[in-house]
Design a protein around this ligand. Structure first.
Ligand code: GLY
Length: 429
């Protein structure tokens, strides 16, 4: 009898432990399930709203106050005023901003968001929407006017080909990669970023993000030339874009002989500041370069930038101010996009090194912050965007403390990477 009672107790104990464990793991990922559900719902509402118009959601129109801008930039209003590129459009404030055309640098992100939402949920309606919005970008395969064709086509057609391989997508990617390589200058060792502005040959840190298209096309074609150009660009950038503390300049312009013409900023607080998104582009880009090359120099660079970010971001929730050198005031806008890019990069970095837990933990903290009420929109609000509080280009008066499509893109990518590393699928959440 005594033995029987002990056996019953053991069964009851085991049962309650296993029940507890499964409830615990369910509870542990409530934030993740909510993040995915909100994202899918927001995207579906936006698609319904846009209908069959060829419009690609980008952000919400914002305005600015001149004194506030000058205070953020610590500049004199008298000299600053005329440098502003963007004038607020009074009637548009608070409404959804669409890409100016399919050639807007952010045009690939909305289709990419639909692909990631499809990947995360398996929802066939999202897949149909993703195909529809991706197809709008088809003519971009012939465009040669900016390095951003990497963002535009890899985020749309790249994800399309990954999740639904098709010859037409593959060919569009190869053609875009050829056009991007056409912007590579041998004597300089870099891909040219912009065709506008006062610079001789501008290269921006953001350009590191366009290398993933070249890596992908090298895999698709078995032709190493795309990867070789990408790695040369990364090598030259490593030499010239970084300061001793591993923070980066935004813009480095080159003379035709490969010497540096000047180093400056276009979207940061000042030429010597650490623009938050620039640091995020850097850690993401060098993580990709290490993944593809296994060159320890690139790994060290990725780790050094990660370290810089983890040390320099002082906010409680780890979401950076728009520039690490911006005034530390409660009014200073954050940049959720920099946080989501960093989260995605650090999850990947954590899988490439033995001591990766520190990167994974930091990325998890970022994702939990972004998935909190402070950043994740409520369904039906935020003009259909997923995250709030990004900053596009404060010195140009553009997209200040607002949702932006690329914050959503790298957030969804980071959620997908998080689930992969944890071995989770949507149905188990
Ligand atoms: N590539 C432009 C930006 O990060 O705003």
């Amino acid at each position: 009898m005594k033995k029987f009672l002990l056996f019953c107790c053991a069964i009851v104990t085991m049962y309650s432990f296993s029940g507890c464990a499964s409830n615990q793991s369910k509870g542990e990922y409530t934030w993740l399930k909510q993040a995915i559900d909100v994202s899918a719902a927001q995207l579906k509402e936006t698609v319904a709203d846009v209908g069959d118009s060829v419009l690609l959601p980008r952000a919400i129109w914002t305005g600015y106050d001149m004194d506030f801008l000058c205070n953020q930039l610590q500049r004199d209003p008298a000299t600053f005023k005329d440098s502003l590129r963007v004038k607020p459009i009074k009637d548009a404030l608070g409404t959804r901003r669409y890409c100016s055309s399919i050639y807007d640098w952010t045009s690939g992100f909305f289709p990419g968001n639909l692909w990631y939402a499809y990947q995360l949920t398996g929802d066939e309606d999202l897949k149909k929407d993703a195909v529809k919005f991706t197809n709008y970008l088809y003519p971009v395969k012939d465009y040669k006017g900016t390095h951003d064709i990497g963002f535009m086509m890899n985020c749309s057609y790249g994800n399309a080909n990954r999740l639904l391989p098709a010859d037409s997508a593959r060919l569009a990617l190869v053609q875009t990669a050829d056009n991007l390589c056409g912007r590579f200058n041998d004597s300089i060792g870099c891909i040219r970023s912009w065709d506008f502005g006062k610079w001789n040959f501008p290269v921006i840190i953001d350009n590191m993000m366009n290398l993933d298209l070249l890596f992908y096309v090298s895999h698709l074609t078995n032709d190493p030339k795309y990867k070789e150009i990408a790695l040369k660009h990364a090598e030259t950038t490593l030499k010239n874009h970084f300061r001793p503390d591993h923070s980066s300049y935004h813009v480095v312009s080159y003379n035709n002989d490969g010497t540096v013409e000047l180093k400056c900023t276009h979207q940061g607080k000042n030429d010597e500041s650490a623009w938050a998104r620039g640091q995020a582009w850097g850690v993401y880009g060098y993580t990709s370069c290490y993944r593809e090359s296994k060159d320890s120099v690139f790994l060290q660079q990725a780790k050094d930038i990660a370290e810089l970010i983890m040390i320099r971001v002082k906010t409680d929730d780890a979401i950076p101010l728009w520039d690490f050198d911006a005034p530390e005031t409660p009014q200073t806008p954050r940049d959720a996009s920099a946080a989501s890019i960093t989260a995605s990069a650090l999850i990947e970095l954590s899988t490439l090194v033995e001591d990766g837990q520190v990167y994974f933990d930091y990325a998890e903290k970022l994702l939990k912050s972004l998935s909190s009420d402070a950043y994740l929109a409520k369904v039906g609000t935020n003009q259909g965007f997923i995250l709030m509080h990004s900053t596009g280009s404060l010195p140009n008066g553009s997209e200040i403390d607002t949702p932006i499509n690329y914050a959503d893109y790298y957030y969804l990518e980071a959620l997908a990477r998080y689930m992969q590393v944890k071995g989770l699928d949507y149905k188990s959440l």
